[in-house]
Design a binder for this molecule. Structure first.
Ligand code: NZQ
Ligand code: ZN
Length: 399
């Protein structure tokens, strides 16, 4: 094995009723005044926010809760929350929800720790130098934000809006409370979108330019098989505790960095992430559900790039789906078909037309490609580096 650094500091507290340990964990990580962030209605309706409030109150920890985070979270909402958290003098940020809530919590934590900056500065080049401690109570298995080093926000004041991510270790939560029962109230569509996103967090690291580490591959292939097995079971019956727990753990392991370990010489295996960039541009302009944007583009991306390393796609087909075809190109095609069948089995769209509800025009595709390349200023991907024209071709192929 070549050089690598693996940093995954989040304390995972998994299982039934674990949300009752919120106050204990907040205290452990130094929180004395907690600003609680949640989304729309689900966490209030389920009584979770009330239970957490009670838990903190009993431990004598002052808290202020603020909701309103929407999927594809907005920087304008986060800005309001920064103001409220500063006024409250918060020293700990607790997110109760999914990726959108957690990413907002991360942004708020950074901006409260450095109030001389506007929150969006951190998404446009300003380095995060410090932050408040952040904790997560997870209610949806999908984005993996509870263990990842990423945070993704949409700048809704920009015309057209832009959706961007940042990666740094201040984005790592101190703890993540993961009770699969909290995900049983999810709509089937969100469970399916989550399963797709979990698959993709492994796929983005598996189809990379830099590879290395057999164990990493074995883990990734196991993760693929697990989410392919349990994703549809969770969609079928959200009360299936076993399925919902497998999906939840898959979600965190998929995005904690474990499936990205490896290097060639000094160059680390950093992943490809082109599908995420393709998908985020769609979400920026159409507010589409993150996981669904990924399934709409994946097969077209795969067919466009596979010849950069056809053996890798063949390995994926053989190890993940048990394809016995000896010809690499034919095996890769079978793997792509199987993956589309998985996406379909969790209720996800397989084309842009299915995703958007209409067939996008050439002008629409050019607008998405412009957002994806930040006004033609960047290329994406590493498995095969993609420029504006490649991106347009891929979007057209998944129409
Ligand atoms: O707002 P509420 O009412 O809570 O409803 C939410 C929301 O509508 C609902 N929901 C969540 N838990 C529920 C529930 N409904 C019923 N019962 C529950 N227990 O689910 C909807 C989606 O929530 P959201 O947080 O948006 O989902 P997800 O976790 O998929 O997060 C998506 C966001 O994360 C970003 C995505 O781009 C997107 O903005 N990502 C973040 C990453 C990271 N930080 O590492 C990596 C990902 O690749 C991704 O980009
Ligand atoms: Zn994702």
């Amino acid at each position: 094995m070549e050089k690598f650094v693996y940093y995954a500091p989040t304390e995972i507290v998994f299982g039934r009723d674990t949300e009752n340990r919120t106050a204990e964990l907040v205290k452990k990580y130094g929180g004395t005044r907690v600003f609680v962030i949640y989304g729309g209605h689900s966490a209030v309706k389920s009584g979770l926010i009330g239970r957490i409030e009670e838990n903190l109150k009993e431990a004598g920890i002052p808290m202020l809760a603020m909701g309103g985070v929407v999927p594809n979270p907005l920087v304008s909402t986060a800005r309001e929350m920064v103001k409220a958290a500063l006024e409250f003098d918060a020293d700990f940020i607790l997110g109760v929800g999914g990726g959108s809530v957690m990413d907002t919590a991360k942004g708020v934590a950074h901006a409260v720790a450095s109030p001389e900056h506007d929150i969006w500065d951190f998404w446009t080049g300003t380095k995060v130098e410090k932050s408040l401690p952040i904790g997560a109570v997870l209610t949806i298995s999908a984005a993996g934000s509870e263990t990842s080093n990423s945070a993704v926000l949409t700048n809704d004041l920009k015309v057209p809006p832009t959706k961007r991510g940042i990666n740094n270790n201040f984005n790592r939560c101190k703890f993540a409370i993961m009770n699969p029962e909290l995900t049983m109230t999810l709509p089937k569509y969100q469970i399916g979108a989550g399963a797709a996103d979990i698959f993709m967090h492994t796929s983005e690291r598996y189809f990379a330019a830099i590879l290395g580490n057999h164990l990493t591959d074995e883990m990734a292939e196991g993760l693929f098989r697990d989410i392919i097995l349990y994703g549809p079971k969770g969609v079928e019956d959200p009360q299936d505790y076993e399925a919902m727990s497998e999906i939840m753990w898959c979600g965190s392991v998929s995005h904690v960095g474990l499936t990205g370990i490896g290097a060639q010489g000094d160059t680390p295996r950093e992943g490809d992430w082109a599908c995420h960039q393709l998908g985020m541009a769609i979400s920026a302009l159409y507010d589409s559900t993150h996981g669904a944007t990924l399934t709409a583009v994946w097969a077209a991306w795969a067919r466009y790039v596979r010849e950069a390393n056809i053996a890798r796609f063949a390995q994926f087909a053989r190890k993940v789906y048990g394809i016995t075809e000896e010809d690499d190109m034919k095996a890769s095609e079978a793997g792509i078909e199987c993956t589309n069948a998985f996406f379909k089995s969790v209720g996800m769209p397989l084309s842009l037309t299915e995703l958007l509800g209409h067939e996008p025009t050439d002008e629409e595709i050019e607008a998405i490609a412009t957002e994806c390349t930040y006004d033609r200023k960047r290329k994406i991907g590493s498995f095969k580096v993609l420029d504006y024209d490649d991106i347009v071709a891929i979007y057209k192929a998944c129409r």
